[in-house]
Design a protein around this ligand. Sequence first.
Ligand code: DX5
Ligand code: ZN
Length: 219
Amino acid sequence: MAVKISPSILAAPLAHLAQAARDIEAAECELIHIDVMDGHFVPALTFGDQITAAIAAETKVPLDVHLMVARPEIEAPKYYALKPQIITFHYEATTAPIRLAEQIRAQGIRAGIALNPRTPVAALADIVPAFDVVLFMSIEPGFYGQKFIESSWSRLAELNKLKNREHAAGRKLELEIDGGVSDQNAAALVQGGVDILVSGSYLFKGDMKERVRKLKEAK
Ligand code: DX5
Ligand code: ZN
């Protein structure tokens, strides 16, 4: 299946989010990646459910909500009414990941689990059947525009094994990568098993249509 592109709107000019949402739609992206940061789980504070609702009102592109928050069980329900396609929360931020995944799925929303670059992939082995998406960070969460961490390649190989195991058991699982994605690494990421490419600074630093096309050419 062709790779899906999820532009990180955090890297857009933030006073012009409506225009950014329209650009993402015009570039025929499958998703809009919304980086929710609470100033606790990560030092930065970005946007919450109200700004996300305002973005959603500007476009038909489905939302891909990435919660970088300390209490996802409190925050996630605020997004249910917006009917995002995916709500992802961090493994490091909760002690009850399966319960929250079940709640998200019960809303008809796909549940995602995010892993920081230093969290072992093995942590997911038992809980992954509760999820539809694994988002693995190839940068430290908190800011866009950072350099891709090279150890992500061996993590991708491990995650792809987990994905194949899930597929063999008749379950669907998609791999989403977030951080430092560009035309320089997209092809190798897709070959390695990535289904969804998040990209912020690469897409917003140039002609978005042209750059989305380049990422989608990656096979
Ligand atoms: C970082 C965010 C990422 C980031 C990606 O905490 O989760 O989504 O905005 O931006 P780039 O593609 O510039 O690394
Ligand atoms: Zn993100």
